[in-house]
Every structure is written in C-alpha cells, then in structure tokens.
Write a protein that binds this ligand. Structure first.
Ligand SMILES: NC(=O)c1ccc[n+]([C@@H]2O[C@H](COP(=O)([O-])OP(=O)(O)OC[C@H]3O[C@@H](n4cnc5c(N)ncnc54)[C@H](OP(=O)(O)O)[C@@H]3O)[C@@H](O)[C@H]2O)c1
Length: 268
C-alpha cells in the first residue's frame, strides 16, 4: 500500500514529539511533510530524515492526506483563514490547538473542509506515552476510526470523548503533567533543603511516585483505603495528611483545574 501523507503546520514541542512517535512506531506507513515559522526544530527533524520540509502551505496541503495543526491558539485563526483559500475539501484536519472548537475551524475555513479531528495530547508524547483525547466532527467509518487511532497510538494511548468535555480533559490530562511536576518540585525542594544531593532527590522521588502510581493502578481499593493503610493510627503519616486536609489541598487543586478550564474557553 502506498504510504499516506501527513502535513504538519507549526512544529513546536508537541508536533515534534508526535512526529518522532509516528516515525518510530508506524513502520513507514506515512510520509511526513512540514512547515513551521521557527526553523530550529524542523531543521533538526529534516536532518534526522523524519520529515521533508515544504514551506509553501498550499503545496503542503496539496501533498497531504492528513493535516496536523501544531500552532498556538493565538496563531490559529489567521492560519486557517489563509488555508481556506486553498483546495482543502478532501483533507482530514487534525487540530491539537487547545481551546479551538471544531465549529471555529469550519467557520475559518469557510466551511470548505468536512473532516476535522480535534485532539488533546500531552507532552508525555515525548516518551510515547501521551493520553490523547479525540473527537471527530463526522460519523467515521470503521476504517477511518482505525486509521486515526493507529496514528494516535504512535505517541501513546487515546480516549474518544465528546467535544463538550475537551476543557475538562485539558485540565486533567493536557495540563496535568505540569501540575504534577509542580507537585514533584516541592518534594524535590524538600529533599535538597534537607541536604540530599540532586541525584538522591531524583532517586527518592521516582522510586516513591512511580510505585505508588503502580500500586494505585493495580489495586481495586478506593484511594481513601490506600491512604488509610499507610496512616497507622497515632503514627507519623496522618500528621501530614491532616495538614493537607486542614489547609485544603483539594480546594487548591480544584481551583487550579477550574482556572485552566476557564482559560481553555477563552484562548481564541
Ligand atoms: N505543549 C503542550 O503540552 C500541549 C498540550 C496539549 C495541546 N497543546 C497544543 O499544541 C499546540 C502546539 O503547542 P506547542 O507547545 O508545541 O507550541 P510551540 O512549541 O509554540 O509550537 C508552535 C509552533 O508553530 C509555529 N507557528 C506559529 N504560527 C505559524 C504559522 N502560521 N505557520 C507555521 N508555523 C507557525 C511557531 O513558530 P514561532 O516559534 O515563530 O511562534 C512554533 O514553532 C498548541 O495549540 C497547544 O495548545 C500543547
């Protein structure tokens, strides 16, 4: 079978991770083309023979079956209005742009395109482990669904969700890695303040957080029971848990999530 062609417009951190995943895991099923305003990442990918550069967007579109939009929200409407001038009708647009609804894409493309997939990956795509939500703007055939899911599997796992859940998913899964890293940063600072070296701090954090997550994944018990199992009555751990609860850690996290959701709805 002839390899299908993918065009990337805007190659930053996320597109780069996706391109590397497709190159690594899709067995030459795809030929990848790209254009980007900043040249460093695209030139590195060209040097690694992962992508061919086509700077003319009209030619890029002409050459592609799938078009990934990897630009930031603020750049998206201008770009789409530019693309609307080209022959885009038979192309499948895959947009990773946060906060950009499919209706806004249709409108900016002058309703010329009929197939839009909205995705929300996360930067764990860099290690092939993004959990990527997707929503298709049309009733996909089984073959089309398989093809989209095959592409998403190249850089992690996927979840099909309604478009109305995108902002909520963004808070938990798109932005989640940064929120969790901010949490790890506090543990790292604690270890460094207490005189552990950087390597030992990293060793402690990875060897505590990864097995805890694995334990949670494998267990059928509710999280509260898992916590209670560590907090022996009158012991040490419950002292710390009580501080978390009295100071309202869940309120802080919920407020952060709501702030992300509000911003997601007001990015464009
Ligand atoms: N990073 C994440 O964790 C994450 C998670 C989920 C979704 N997303 C979404 O993924 C998209 C990309 O994010 P990112 O973090 O990869 O951003 P990024 O690193 O800033 O990459 C965007 C790239 O697109 C280029 N660009 C802008 N306008 C262009 C145009 N008209 N034609 C060609 N290239 C253009 C930018 O060039 P300049 O550098 O010159 O501006 C930049 O190189 C965003 O819409 C974001 O919402 C990101």
């Amino acid at each position: 079978m002839k390899p299908k062609k993918i065009g990337f417009i805007g190659i930053g951190n996320m597109a780069e991770a996706i391109i590397k995943g497709i190159n690594k895991n899709c067995n030459n099923n795809y030929e990848i083309f790209g254009t980007s305003r900043s040249v460093k990442k695209i030139e590195d990918l060209v040097d690694q023979k992962m992508i061919k550069k086509i700077d003319n967007p009209e030619l890029l579109i002409e050459n592609s079956d799938f078009i990934f939009l990897g630009i930031k929200p603020k750049d998206s409407i201008d770009l789409l209005e530019q693309l609307s001038k080209f022959s885009i009708k038979d192309k499948t647009i895959i947009s990773m742009v946060a906060g950009l609804p499919t209706e806004a894409i249709f409108k900016s493309l002058n309703y010329k395109s009929t197939k839009i997939i909205r995705i929300m990956p996360n930067l764990n795509a860099q290690i092939g482990q993004s959990l990527t939500a997707y929503f298709a703007s049309w009733e996909m055939s089984e073959l089309e669904r398989k093809e989209i899911e095959f592409l998403l599997l190249a850089f992690g796992n996927f979840l099909e969700i309604p478009e109305s859940s995108f902002a909520d998913f963004t808070a938990l899964a798109g932005s989640g890695p940064a929120l969790i890293l901010e949490f790890y940063k506090v543990f790292e600072k604690f270890a460094l303040d207490k005189g552990f070296g950087k390597n030992d701090a990293k060793k402690m954090i990875t060897n505590v957080f990864l097995p805890t997550l694995e334990n949670y994944k494998l267990s059928n018990l509710p999280i509260d029971t898992l916590i209670d199992n560590i907090c022996s009555p009158g012991g040490t751990t419950i002292e710390g848990i009580n501080v978390f609860r009295e100071r309202g850690i869940s309120e802080v996290i919920f407020t952060a999530m709501e702030a992300i959701i509000r911003k997601s709805d007001n990015l464009i």
